[in-house]
Design a protein around this ligand. Structure first.
Ligand code: SF4
Length: 894
């Protein structure tokens, strides 16, 4: 592909479900730059820290560029023939359910569509599931129970139009930052707008919250059934709406009334006063949107939580109206696209139902398929259990890393290792999953591929290629179509462009629809390549002109405006849910571990881990613990902590903070064996799932914590990534000019000079060293002429060297001996104060600089921005800056 240097290409961010528009450009020297697309309706030009750093993730290092069989290079023909013949043979010998695809919300809709078509219509099994099962399956199940369809009723605009936003289990500030910024901006314009945060942790999202309800883990069903009962008791129901448009209200209210306020308080850990204030605010605010994400979905009661929330909106008639409704926001860039094509084991394409024989017959006829899956396939957790016990004998994993992200990840890894035939399509040559593949298929990455994605508000946007395809990488849809053809399904997989696939997907959505199904993009069934290239973001439904107005009135952008739903009687269903109080903790595992995400990393860091900028905000795996628990378990701040569950243990840095709820721990799920010694968090989580949705309960795991007694700590910077790190604890992160490494050792009996040589080049370099064996202090630096190849700092306690300063030295010239000795001293000169831990990734501004600016009189985030530029680009750090200002004010007042 030729690059037009002057041209900015309009594409979409590949990270979260906000689905921001991006303008990307490649300069003559190959440098990629990105900025927010001012015309995209999801972000209007904004990008968060991850989106802003996309250009740093497009390099070709670590890429898988050629097909491989058993680790050796092969031609595409050899690899595709082997995949096709092995799948065909396995099906012939053991039946269609002996094979499975495990796919991803990272796939584009066109990739997803073909994978689903191949498995459900041509293999004849529904054994295709997706990592979106881990993200929002409970929302899908809750929608289908209540609405008769997987419909997200509202739009982002509703957030700005509302008078009350209730955020449940959702750290928007870090996980959906541009939505958070839109809410923050709306609040600035309309200060009367209220925000309530329901979250066990005081996350950065609390920055915009008028009320933070620090709820007990899994207390959400109790909170919202309590709200339903309270609405009933306080005459705050919309009785006319309930009668005209819903069914099952009586049973739901009866179930909700089983708990009185004191019972709800006990189940939620909230006071009756807090509950009363929240309930009364909800009751009196007509324009209320309840936003929820993983904190609701990733639970063994996830579907009930979703329906408990929806019940309250139905009871007040607050759905399908501007500024009102329940709103599930999705984690992944194309979780919604996956739902549209039926990329989950229990769904059919185009929002049709696998249990419905008419739907199955219709899809089979449309595809002219030899078969159609007759029953739901195995959901993710069950799929890997079937791999483990040998029922699944051939597995194709596309664009995801289950060895790190599935619950009970150790067992999943063992299952994959034991599987007779594993194919992985990926962009990276080495991930914790790719390493176990018999066949590795190189896929195109963001910036190289064309297709569409759907964001959380049902908006379909194009991802467009702006980079040449490297090596022999190929788009996922092409790989799937090639395998399908080689399995003998030529005609149905003859697509030559993603435009053809999209047109077919659109045609299926409209096929014999007549308004009976919510997902209809029939208006695009006739797109050709040119239309597709020019496709502007649009929201579904988008039926073809002339399609009759549907029973739900769904030709508007907001669903259910006329009170009709997709159930047989057109009424929304209340679901009678009962709070269950679960105690998973035991005397051996007395704490509840909550897993989640951080601001600047994404999933298993396969992309964000490439960015020096994003790797500086938090460069190590960590666990948050409340000070009381820390004291009880003998954990000090910055200690290395061993967190254990019956399934495994990890070693992570302890962060002692009152933001954490007492009795609970929080740890991020991003770190893998590629970035840390022992920090694969999902080796701790259980394969316990929600009984309706099959979504794993990743946020409520009984765990214990103890201090890992390190006798020696270390920190290193190196120009090249170390090949080995023989330490009990290590965590490696990119920095500008190289890598930074945190280390800890159970003993101090180490030859530190030899160890330094294992981290960075010391041969043929000038090595400067300082050793104080008695004090346990060692510093070793190696110079290749005027350039630092690496430096190692060893101490008996956490190393007190400025990380930012040390990392910067990799890119600086050290002409004089004095400059070189300064590195061995581990100190910047007096003219170079330590910036401290990075807060603003865009302008590399640290906490110490912000603290100094506050001391000098900067009292607002804008004043900090004017002085240091921090927070003036993507804005993702503004809540942290505000927290630093507040903390310094409190300190000054004490
Ligand atoms: Fe990408 Fe950030 Fe927008 Fe999400 S909020 S789509 S990560 S730029």
């Amino acid at each position: 592909m030729e690059i037009d240097e002057a041209r900015e290409v309009r594409t979409t961010c590949p990270y979260c479900g906000v689905g921001c528009g991006v303008l990307a450009k490649v300069a003559a020297d190959g440098q990629v730059s990105v900025r927010g697309d001012p015309d995209h309706p999801a972000n209007f030009g904004r990008l968060c820290s991850k989106g802003s750093a996309l250009a740093e993730t497009t390099g070709l290092d670590d890429r898988l560029l050629h097909p491989q069989i058993h680790g050796f290079g092969s031609s595409w023909d050899e690899a595709l023939d082997l995949v096709a013949s092995t799948f065909s043979q396995t099906i012939a010998e053991h039946g269609p359910d002996a094979v499975a695809f495990y796919v991803s919300g990272q796939l584009l809709t066109e990739d997803y569509y073909l994978a689903n078509k191949l498995m459900k219509g041509f293999v004849g099994s529904a054994n295709i599931d997706t990592n979106s099962r881990l993200c929002m399956a409970s929302s899908v199940a809750g929608h289908r129970r209540a609405f008769g369809s997987d419909t997200v009723p509202g739009t982002y605009e509703d957030l700005e139009l509302s008078d009350l936003i209730v955020l449940v289990g959702s750290n928007l500030a870090w996980c959906h930052p541009v939505l958070y910024q839109r809410i923050a901006a709306a609040r600035e314009k309309r200060p009367e707008m209220k925000v309530v945060l329901v979250d066990p942790r005081r996350t950065m999202t609390s920055d915009i919250a008028d009320m933070h309800l620090a709820i007990a883990p899994d207390g959400d069903v109790a909170l919202f059934t309590g709200l339903l009962a309270w609405l009933g008791q306080h005459n705050a129901l919309d009785r006319a709406y309930i009668t005209a448009h819903t069914s099952g209200f009586g049973q739901a209210l009866f179930a909700a009334s089983a708990f009185n306020l004191a019972g709800v308080a006990a189940a939620t850990g909230l006071s009756e006063d807090e509950l009363g204030r929240f309930y009364s605010l909800f009751a009196r605010t007509e324009k209320t949107v309840t936003v929820y994400s993983q904190g609701v979905n990733q639970s063994s009661q996830g579907t009930d939580k979703v329906n408990a929330i929806i019940n309250c909106h139905l009871a007040t008639g607050r759905i399908g109206k501007p500024g009102a409704g329940p709103f599930s926001v999705t984690g992944q860039p194309n979780a919604m696209g996956g739902r549209e094509v039926g990329g989950m084991a229990n769904m059919l394409a185009a929002h049709m139902e696998i249990e419905n024989p008419e739907h199955r017959e219709r899809v089979q006829r449309f595809w002219n398929a030899p078969a159609i899956a007759g029953k739901p396939g195995l959901k993710a957790v069950d799929m890997f259990k079937a791999v483990a016990d040998g029922r699944i004998k051939a597995l194709w994993i596309m664009a995801t890393n289950p060895v790190d992200s599935m619950p009970d990840a150790g067992a999943v890894e063992a299952a994959i290792k034991a599987c007779p035939f594993v194919v992985v399509s990926d962009v990276l040559a080495e991930t914790d999953t790719v390493r176990h593949a018999h066949v590795r298929l190189p896929a195109t990455a963001w910036g190289e591929k064309d297709g569409t994605v759907t964001n959380s508000e049902r908006r379909i946007s194009r991802q467009r290629a702006f980079l040449p395809v490297p090596g022999e990488a190929r788009p996922d849809w092409w790989i799937i179509a090639e395998v399908a053809r080689r399995m003998g399904f030529d005609g149905a997989f003859a697509h030559e462009t993603p435009a053809e696939i999209f047109a077919e997907h659109a045609a299926l959505s409209a096929f014999e629809n007549d308004g009976e199904r919510d997902f209809d993009i029939g208006a695009y069934a006739g797109v050709d390549r040119e239309d597709y290239d020019a496709l502007a973001p649009f929201q579904w439904p988008a039926p073809s002109p002339g399609t009759p107005l549907t029973p739900t009135g769904h030709q508007s952008t907001r669903f259910f405006a006329n009170g009709n739903f997709y159930t047989p009687d057109r009424k929304a269903r209340f679901i009678a849910v009962r709070p269950t109080v679960e105690t998973r903790i035991t005397s051996d595992f007395p704490l509840i571990l909550n897993t989640g995400r951080i601001r600047d990393h994404w999933h298993t860091m396969t992309r964000t881990g490439k960015s020096p900028r994003l790797s500086q905000h938090i460069a190590e795996p960590f666990v948050e613990i409340h000070p009381v628990d820390a004291q009880r378990h003998g954990i000090g701040d910055a200690d290395i902590a061993r967190v254990s569950t019956p399934r495994g243990e990890v070693l992570v840095r302890a962060l002692v903070t009152t933001r954490q709820r007492q009795g609970s721990l929080f740890a991020p799920m991003h770190w893998t064996d590629q970035f840390a010694a022992r920090a694969r968090l999902d080796t701790l989580t259980a394969s316990l799932t929600d009984p309706v949705s099959g979504q794993p309960a990743l946020k409520h795991v009984a765990a214990s914590i103890e201090k890992f007694t390190a006798r020696t700590f270390g920190f290193a910077v190196t120009r090249k990534r170390p090949a080995t790190m023989a330490a009990d604890y290590w965590a490696v992160a990119r920095c500008r000019g190289g890598w930074r490494v945190e280390l800890a050792f159970a003993n101090d009996d180490v030859d530190w000079t030899a160890f330094a040589g294992s981290l960075f080049d010391t041969a043929d370099t000038e090595v400067l060293a300082y050793h104080d064996r008695e004090a346990g202090q060692h510093r070793i630096a190696a110079f290749d002429g005027e350039h630092l190849t690496g430096a190692l700092f060893i101490a008996p306690g956490p190393v007190a060297v400025s990380r930012g300063w040390a990392a910067e030295q990799l890119g600086e010239v050290h002409a004089s001996q004095r400059q070189r000795f300064r590195i061995v001293a581990g100190r910047a000169g007096a003219e170079r104060p330590d910036a401290g831990a990075t807060v603003c990734s865009c302008f590399n501004v640290g906490v110490n600089q912000i603290t100094a600016a506050v001391a000098a009189g900067c009292a607002t985030v804008d004043a900090i921005g004017a002085t240091l530029k921090a927070g003036t680009n993507c804005g993702s750090c503004r809540s942290e800056i505000r927290a630093i200002i507040a903390a310094n004010r409190i300190q000054a007042a004490e």
